[in-house]
Design a binder for this molecule. Sequence first.
Ligand SMILES: Cc1ncc(C[n+]2csc(CCOP(=O)(O)OP(=O)(O)O)c2C)c(N)n1
Ligand code: SF4
Ligand SMILES: [Mg+2]
Length: 292
Amino acid sequence: MTTEPKTKTFTPARPIWCAGCGDFAVRGVLEKSLENMGIPPHKFMFLAGIGCSGTIQNNIKCYGYHSLHGRVLPTSIGAKLANPDLTVVAAGGDGDGFAIGAGHLVHTFKSNPSITYIVMNNSNYGLTKGQASPTSPTGYRDNAETGMDSILLGLSFPSTTFLARGFSGNAAQLESLMMAALEHTEAGRGFAFLEVLSPCVTYYDTHREWRAKVYNINEEEGFDPTDRANAFKRVLELKEEKRIPIGLIFKGENTALEKLIVNENETYPALQEIGHTGHRAEYDKFIKAYLG
Ligand SMILES: Cc1ncc(C[n+]2csc(CCOP(=O)(O)OP(=O)(O)O)c2C)c(N)n1
Ligand code: SF4
Ligand SMILES: [Mg+2]
C-alpha cells in the first residue's frame, strides 16, 4: 500500500528564456553553489522582481516569492528579519533594481542586511522588448543618458560590505563569486551585492562586446578588495579605458541589520504563534481594559 506524502513539494518550472540568454548560466551557478554550500531547499527563500530575470525563482527548488516590480529588496529584508535563520536571496534585472527599485537599493546599501542580491544586468528591459534601462549606454535606441555603474554606487556608501560583478560567459568565476556572496550572508556579515553581466541575445546582444571588455580585477597584482578608495579609483580608471571590471571588487566590515533589530533571545517573528487561540487571553484582557 502506498502512503500519501505528508507535505507537497514544489516542482521547479522549465525556464521560458530565449535560447542563449545569459540568465541560464546564473540559474546553473546558483543551483551548484547552493549544493556546494549544503543549503537545503527548506532553509532557502528565493525572491525575485519582475522581468525575464525575475522568472528565475520559478526554476529553482526552494521557497519562492515573486514580488512587485522594483520591490524585491524590501520584501527580502522583511523575510530575513522575520526569520534570520533563513538563507535569503533576492534577484532581478537592471530595470527592476536600478530604475523603479533604485531607492530600495540605496537603502539596502545603507542598512546592510545579510541577504544576497543578484542583479542580472543585460542593459535593457528584456521582458518588455528592449527599451533602454539605467545601464544602457548613450546611443542605445537613441538613449540620450549615460549608463550608471552599480558598483561605483555601492562603493560610495561607507556601510557596504560586499560588492562583486560576474559575467555569465565565465561560469567558473561566477561560481566563486556566488559562493563568496552566500558565505558572506551565511556568516551574518551583511549585504552581498552581485551584479552579473547577463546578455539579452534577443534585444541587445552584448555577449561578444562584453567578453572582449571584461577585466578580472582580482588577477591584478596588488589589488586589495578591502581598500575602498583604491577600488573606487581603479573602477573609474578601467571604465575610462573602456574595460568592465569583474571579480570581488570590495569587501568590508559593518554590523548587519538583523543583528541590530532582531532579538535573538525571543522567538523570531515568523515562528511565533499567530492563530487567535494563542493570543485569546491577552486579547480578552485588552478588550476588557478598553471597554472599562
Ligand atoms: C509597476 C510596473 N511598472 C512597469 C512594469 C512593466 N515592466 C515589466 S518588466 C519591466 C522591466 C524589466 O527589465 P529588467 O528589470 O532589466 O529585467 P529583464 O527583463 O531585462 O531581465 C517593466 C518596465 C511592471 N510590470 N510593473
Ligand atoms: S528577451 Fe532577452 S533577457 Fe529575456 S529571455 Fe530573451 S534573451 Fe533573455
Ligand atoms: Mg534587464
